[in-house]
Design a protein around this ligand. Structure first.
Ligand code: NAD
Length: 478
């Protein structure tokens, strides 16, 4: 039984590395039925701003598996990232990137590195919800959801179990972002209890990242919110010795996409120079995903043997270590010639057969009781003074409300501000309940009063408690 997959040859070096990869897959016994779609430059040039033909979505919906070569994103405005479009449209929530060093065959400072980064792929600041609110200040909204965190964390633990990995580490910055990163961390701790066979730990992302860059062998599977994962998965790939060797999987419930992590390298295109290993790694992840672990194992071990035998493309070729400098096509021939062989020095891979990853979404916990406790009015006031703003606002006279703090970019400046704090034109003025329920009417009345007093209110943010627990941050200094 052949598995239908959608393939796109992409731009630049894309067609060469895709041809090489598909030749290896074919020779490996992989049972694939290919559906080809066009993406990238040629489609952008037709005036389609996201680089994909509308009809291609039908193929992706049908096959649910996408092997994609890199594309060239045109310069200038008006073009949307194809990757982001595909990931978000098809809800590919997990980005999985294995990073293992190939010492001594590929030079690296980290001979024992073998880790996998599982990056949340849909949330965090990647909603790209941004607003410029004053002359001096712009904001970007960071959104972390409980279901989004649960899915990615569960994926990381299930991945660890399926791949016989021993530990899952979570990176967040919840000492500062107690509600967003705090939610991710809490969800991690909670889900971890369902996997007593797997060790778990949490690091604050700054020191965790430093440790990973210095001693990557201390980590096994890492799970983290989108932005940290974006940055650190590139760092991890680079310190194995070459970003050119890594592949990645974008996993969703409806469709999953597999690719190399590098771009289309236009300067290398059409010269039979490019290393197909990154895309081949994406394809190996794909074979495992569609249940063809035998073929995945054969390809991966033949590839390790090729690297070990010193048959290298120009990007990893090194006098003394390498034995033969080859082009894209000859590299594919060398891998094909080694199918069925295992590496002699590097550790051979073994992919578990028929492992089921239990990714079912669990019923949501009972919803907490939500109550409004106040409102933050954000105002634009150049050359403002917090004492003056406070005295004007204290005259609003909206019954049952009380101005409690004013902050500037998160730092309290009233009451009892520090004269050394810098004041931008962006102020947050917090009104809380004065002993009675803080109804929506009071928010409207405050907005009306602020408007009549000449304040430029740029946004409001509701303050809520959930089961009596505060659901909003305090200003620094409060
Ligand atoms: P790039 O990854 O294409 O190239 C960076 C460097 O790595 C270049 O020196 C290149 O020659 C080398 N390189 C990359 N892949 C190689 C390979 N397989 N073998 C040998 N050498 C390789 O990054 P870039 O130059 O910044 O971007 C080029 C284009 O790729 C841009 O249009 C960018 O938007 C696009 N891009 C696409 C994707 C994608 O489709 N997923 C990802 C990143 C960049």
């Amino acid at each position: 039984m052949k598995t239908p997959i959608t393939v796109a040859y992409g731009d630049g070096i894309g067609p060469e590395i895709m041809t090489a990869t598909l030749r290896i897959l074919d020779a490996s016994g992989g049972q694939l039925e290919l559906e080809r779609i066009e993406i990238g430059e040629s489609v952008y040039k037709k005036g389609l701003s996201n680089g994909i033909e509308p009809s291609s979505w039908d193929s992706l919906r049908r096959t649910k598996v996408f092997l994609k070569a890199p594309i060239t994103t045109p310069q200038g405005g008006g073009f949307k990232s194809l990757n982001v479009t595909v990931r978000k449209t098809l809800a590919m929530y997990a980005n999985v990137r294995p990073c293992a060093s190939l010492y001594p065959y590929v030079a690296t400072k980290h001979p024992r590195m073998d880790l996998v980064i599982v990056r949340e792929n849909e949330e965090d600041v990647y909603g790209g919800i941004e607003h410029r609110q004053t002359n001096q200040v712009a904001q970007c909204l960071k959104l972390i959801s409980r279901p989004g965190s649960e899915r990615i964390v569960r994926y990381a633990f299930e991945y660890a179990r399926a791949n016989k990995r021993k530990k899952v580490t979570c990176f967040t910055k919840d000492n500062i972002m107690k509600l967003t990163d705090g939610l991710f961390h809490r969800t991690f701790d909670e889900i971890a209890t369902e996997y007593p066979d797997i060790e778990h730990e949490h690091w604050i992302v700054d020191i965790g990242a430093a440790k990973m860059a210095d001693t990557p062998e201390a980590f096994d599977v890492l799970v983290m919110p989108n932005l940290y994962g974006d940055v650190l998965s590139d760092v991890a790939a680079q310190i194995t010795g070459s970003v050119g060797l890594a592949g990645s999987a974008n996993i969703g419930d409806h469709c999953s996409m597999f690719e190399a992590i590098h771009g289309s390298a236009p300067r290398r295109a059409g010269q039979n120079l490019a290393n197909p290993s990154g895309l081949l790694h994406g394809a190996i992840l794909m074979l495992v995903h569609i249940g063809q672990s035998d073929a995945a194992e054969r390809v991966h071990n033949a590839w390790l043997r090729t690297i070990e035998d010193g048959v290298h493309t120009y990007d990893i070729y090194k006098e003394g270590t390498s034995s033969e400098k080859v082009g894209t096509s000859e590299f594919a021939d060398a891998v094909i010639a080694r199918l069925g062989k295992k590496p002699e020095h590097l550790k051979p891979v073994e992919y578990a057969k028929g492992v089921h990853m239990d990714l079912a979404i669990r019923p949501a916990p009972a919803a907490a009781t939500k109550a409004r406790a106040g409102v933050d009015l954000f105002i634009d006031r150049p050359d403002g003074n917090p004492d003056v703003i406070a005295s004007e606002m204290q005259r609003f006279g909206v019954e049952g409300t009380r101005l409690t703090t004013i902050s500037n970019r998160g730092t309290k400046v009233w009451p009892n501000g520090n004269p050394d704090t810098y004041w931008s034109d962006h102020w947050s003025c917090r009104f809380e309940s004065d002993g009675v329920p803080f109804t929506a009417d009071r928010v409207v009345a405050l907005l009306d009063a602020a408007n009549r007093a000449g304040f430029d209110v740029i946004k409001t943010e509701g303050l809520y408690t959930f089961d009596s627990e505060r659901g909003y941050s305090l200003a620094q200094g409060e």
